[in-house]
Ligand binder design. Structure first.
Ligand code: SAM
Ligand code: DTB
Ligand code: SF4
Length: 318
């Protein structure tokens, strides 16, 4: 029987957030060094395999059909195109290929094609990740049988703030999908978005939810909102970069063995903020010119920054 992990209370997490910045970063860096090479970063590349026309009402998203963003709805991409993109990502140095679809949940008729994508990307020697919306037990099981390594499904924000961002699926729906993914034996990639007008208490609440998942996710993407014209959050006030870095540090301390991914929003972030985020314990990034529907930091800029920081890219043998 596995030993239950310690529970993080809201008070404890808020106390971490309130530490003097240097004390918080020092603690985060200590925890980081106990579990990881502090000078290594894991590279994942994203591909939108089914873009736009989504039925959900996520207030941040370019792909919701309820948001007037001018993004055309597309069909599921053919397997061969997905595998070509994965090959290019591998060539560029990514070890994991993350395939995202703008669905509330996949339909059973899609599962064969999705399984084929997983098998062929794995044959390239890459880790596979998918994010397709809500899954039931049978769908999670089918993806696992095809060899899926990770499933991304974010909690996005604090349960209390959640209702002002999304109304078409509940927090419990999300937790149920995470349970199906866990039960199928797939590793979990689960995080959230900062800079949606939430308060520090809400940021602490998101970390509390993530850290108390038992076990906590293997991979935790911390996104900074990419404001999209035509969405309700288009004009959200930008988040203080120091607060962003604090959140990374608290995630590192509360989820010591997780890869904490500096995710969306890096294109809009200065080098110094990213450097601080690495110091705070971030050890994974999305790498490649595109996220799903928006631009990512350019590959040459990333290589340059990592080189200036003396950080190496993880290989599959790490
Ligand atoms: N449709 C699926 C779902 O929502 O579960 C999968 C794709 S969805 C685009 C994946 C995640 O991307 C969202 O949960 C959200 O955390 C993140 N995301 C989407 N739009 C974003 C934006 N404009 N800025 C930052 N993160 C964003
Ligand atoms: C995650 O947490 N962030 C990624 C991935 N999981 C699927 C998506 C970021 C999307 C940013 C906005 C866009 O490009 O549409
Ligand atoms: Fe759809 Fe996912 Fe965008 Fe929400 S985040 S609108 S579920 S694609």
């Amino acid at each position: 029987m596995s030993v239950p992990q310690p529970q993080w209370t809201q008070e404890h997490i808020e106390a971490l957030f309130a530490l003097p910045f240097n004390d918080l970063l020092f603690r985060a860096q200590q925890v980081h060094r106990e579990h990881f090479d502090p000078n290594a970063v894991q590279l994942s590349t994203l591909l939108s395999i089914k873009t736009g026309g989504c039925s959900e009402d996520c207030a941040y998203c370019s792909q919701s059909s309820r948001n007037d963003t001018g993004l055309p709805a597309e069909k599921l991409m053919p397997v061969a195109e997905v595998v070509d993109a994965a090959r290019s990502a591998r060539q560029a140095g990514a070890t994991r290929f993350c395939m995202g679809a703008a669905w509330r949940s996949p339909q059973d008729r899609h599962i064969d094609a999705l399984a084929q994508m997983i098998r062929e990307v794995k044959e390239l020697g890459m880790e596979t990740c998918m994010t397709l919306g809500m899954l039931d037990d049978a769908q999670a099981q089918a993806l696992k049988e095809a060899g899926l390594d990770y499933y991304n499904h974010n909690l996005d924000t604090d349960p209390e703030y959640y209702g002002s961002i999304i109304t078409t699926r509940t927090y419990d729906d999300r937790l149920r999908t995470l349970r199906s993914v866990r039960d199928a034996g797939i590793k979990i990639c689960c995080g959230g978005i900062l800079g949606m007008g939430e308060s520090r208490r809400h940021r602490a609440g998101l970390i509390e939810q993530l850290a108390n998942l038992d076990p906590y996710p293997e991979s935790v993407p911390i996104n900074q909102l990419v404001p999209i014209a035509g969405t309700p959050l288009a004009d959200a006030a930008p988040l203080d970069p120091i607060e962003f870095v604090r959140t990374i540090a608290v995630a590192r301390i509360t989820m010591p063995r997780a890869h904490i991914r500096l995710s969306a929003g890096r294109e809009q972030m200065g080098d110094a903020t990213q450097a601080l985020a690495y110091l705070a314990g971030a050890n994974s990034i999305f790498y490649g010119e595109r996220l799903l529907t928006t631009n990512n930091a350019a590959e040459n800029k990333d290589r340059d920054l990592l080189q200036r920081l003396g950080i190496r890219a993880e290989s599959l043998n790490d």
